[in-house]
Design a protein around this ligand. Structure first.
Ligand SMILES: [Mg+2]
Length: 294
């Protein structure tokens, strides 16, 4: 009954593009004039945009519901490697932000998409944290003690990044394997303190084996290309909403998306020295007004 009602509402109130004049906004000095009326799809970062430490940001649930009711296609995009898309959907839905696993694109999902497209059937040696297997469907992983693979894939760092395993990856690269990084994050901070992340190992292997990694998470082109492919909408008609000026906003802009910065999460005013968002809003709660009610 609920589904039928929602579907009916979507049919009655389809998303309509507004006039360019009514929906044009200038974000910040240096930002370009953006015709918001041209936006037909939305990518939303999770951490710092929808939630902080899995506590929902006020207005986040309402905005996701609004996008759904308006029939505006959207995906949640995140560099996390510790949670599967299904786990994230559970956690977010439990916090009131109701989403389905297929609506979430993690760095693992983006990496799997890239591997299927560019290394179909290749033998892949994987080092990462979390339970990545569920989101690596269609990727041929070799055993942890394998001595040979044609692709080395690194995700978030964990105890599996032992000398023995990292050296195993190094030998594979020296024998000609390609290096794929889910992201190049160098470190992060938890309640236990600073934590070294997978990007530090990626850099070390790049230097030692004289190779360059292909990065599959944000802000890489393959990640945003995978997200656009799942939305089925061209870059010029999609906006990326994030709190990270480099990984979310600039990365998306480089591929032709509209970069929308939210002033929540990790945002700091000095971030604006690293890039110029096309649009900026105080929080995700303001997105409906920006897209639909301008
Ligand atoms: Mg974020």
């Amino acid at each position: 009954m609920q589904d039928a009602h929602s579907a009916s509402r979507r049919r009655r109130r389809p998303y309509r593009k507004r006039t360019t004049r009514a929906c044009t906004a200038r974000a910040s000095p240096g930002g370009r004039l953006v015709p918001v009326a041209d936006i037909e799809g939305v990518l939303l970062d999770i951490d710092g945009v929808l939630a902080v430490s899995w506590e929902p940001i006020p207005g986040a649930a309402r905005t996701v519901t609004w996008l759904r009711n308006q029939g505006i296609p959207f995906r949640l995009v995140t560099n996390t490697t510790t949670h599967t898309a299904a786990d994230l959907a559970d956690v977010l839905s439990g916090a009131g932000i109701v989403v389905e696993p297929w609506e979430i694109i993690t760095a693992v999902v983006g990496t799997a998409s890239y591997l299927r497209r560019h290394h179909p059937g290749a033998r892949c040696y994987l080092l990462t944290d979390g339970n990545a297997l569920e989101d690596l469907e269609g990727v041929h992983l070799v055993e942890p003690d394998a001595e040979e693979a044609s692709v080395v894939v690194l995700g978030g760092a964990c105890d599996e990044f032992s000398y023995s395993n990292v050296n195993r990856a190094f030998r594979m690269l020296m024998d000609g394997a390609s290096l794929i990084a889910m992201h190049k994050n160098l470190f992060w901070r938890t309640s236990a303190g600073w934590e070294l992340d997978g990007g530090a190992y990626v850099r070390a292997l790049e230097e030692a084996a004289d190779v360059r990694a292909t990065v599959c998470g944000k802000p890489s082109a393959p990640f945003f290309e995978a997200a656009l492919g799942m939305l089925g909408i061209g870059a010029e008609r999609v906006c990326m909403v994030g709190d990270d000026i480099v990984n979310d906003v600039v990365g998306a802009q480089e591929l032709g998306l509209t970069g929308v910065l939210v002033r929540t999460g990790k945002f700091r005013p000095e971030d604006l020295e690293k890039g110029a968002p096309d649009l900026a809003i105080d929080s995700i709660a303001d997105l409906p007004a920006l897209l639909g009610a301008a």
